[in-house]
Ligand binder design. Sequence first.
Ligand SMILES: Cc1ncc(COP(=O)(O)O)c(C=O)c1O
Length: 449
Amino acid sequence: MSIDPNRAVPSQTGTGQALYRRARQRIPGGAQLLGKRPEQYLPEGWPAYYRRAQGCTVWDLDGQPYVDFTSNGIGTCLLGYADPAVNAAVADCIARGNMCTLNSPAEVELADRLCAIHPWAEKVRYARTGGEAMAIAVRLARAATRRGTVAFSGYHGWSDWYLAANLGESDALSGHLLPGLDPDGVPRALRGSALPFRYNQIAELEKIVAEHGPALAAIVMEPMRHDAPRDGFLEKVRALADETGAVLIFDEITAGWRSNFGGIHLTLGVAPDVAVFAKALSNGFPMSAIIGREAVMNAAQVSFVSSTYWTEAIGPTSAVATLARMEATNVAQHVGEAGKRVQAGWAAAAARQGLAVKVGGIPALCLLGFDAGDNSRAVMTLFTQEMLARGYLAAGAFYPTLAHQPQVIADYLRAADTVFGFLREQIERGTVLSALRGPVAQTGFARLT
Ligand SMILES: Cc1ncc(COP(=O)(O)O)c(C=O)c1O
């Protein structure tokens, strides 16, 4: 698809921005996910809403196409938007009736498949979102161990068990936790029940185990996000879990399926007691899975874990179709190569244009930052503004998909090169803020790790 590089930058007059102004009157927060608020990208200029998404192209409400070089649906659509094979399986599901008094056989097929891919796991339960699946995993760990305290690292959703960590009365946790994630509404009685440690900082977890070992129900973490484990970190975490009797829960909601077929822990060589999948598992249809060892998972027989729409058929059907397609296309290898190409391209363009950038993350989850001191966020906003004008949704994170083929990436990198040059000029002249047509983007919450 070709995009006119000279077209106008969307502005306050765009249909999407007008609708978002209405949404903010009616919907607290404007959107259902912090990371989908237009203010996080380009306040007053982001297209905000889409009419259609296919492959890696998104059409806004005015029919403008953009190539998506952001998270591609918050990391859900690893096969690209509206994958034809997954959509066909879902369309069939809709035609046959998505909801029924009886159960969907796809639940059993998916459970067998997930346990075959992860041989340490024996049992499976389902939910539909990442955060609720994590809440189930923690509930099962607490029920199975009959303990209450949770040690965790990283982001795991919106639930009370997690936000309880922000109930501290001092600011001892700042830097650790998630500024902006307010625990208002979380009972103060949960204070002290969720204790944070940082990735690769084994001493912090050792301290928690030393102080709370007999009360520790679970250790919850992503096996890997942006940094590789160092000095046997994961093996040491596994040993601490075994020593204290806590359930080791790996959150694979974002990391899973992107670097290899299955949880990233398969590559890292450390098995948890429970792993949680969502997002890429079903390529854009709501689905999440909690897989684990029998002793922990059987707690679901005693603790009440049950919900009507966890039984609809699209979730497991889309996941079965997605797994088949991810395996057949070797999507993880494609995504790894695509990510490396973009990371190398960013670095090369920055060097060519004399712009200070920070390129980070694993190839499947690429990160870009600008090193301009207090102005860094304004420079990122300007990057988004100028890339949007050239037909790209672009910001500081790029999660490649199967649809990001080499030509698409080459075109994007050419545009990024030009914009990097423009950014350097604005920084040198001190005109970054005046080059912006709207306010500087707001930050989201900072991740723990
Ligand atoms: C590692 C991790 N855990 C949990 C979640 C929460 O998942 P959801 O937004 O589907 O509730 C996310 C979402 O970004 C995530 O990245």
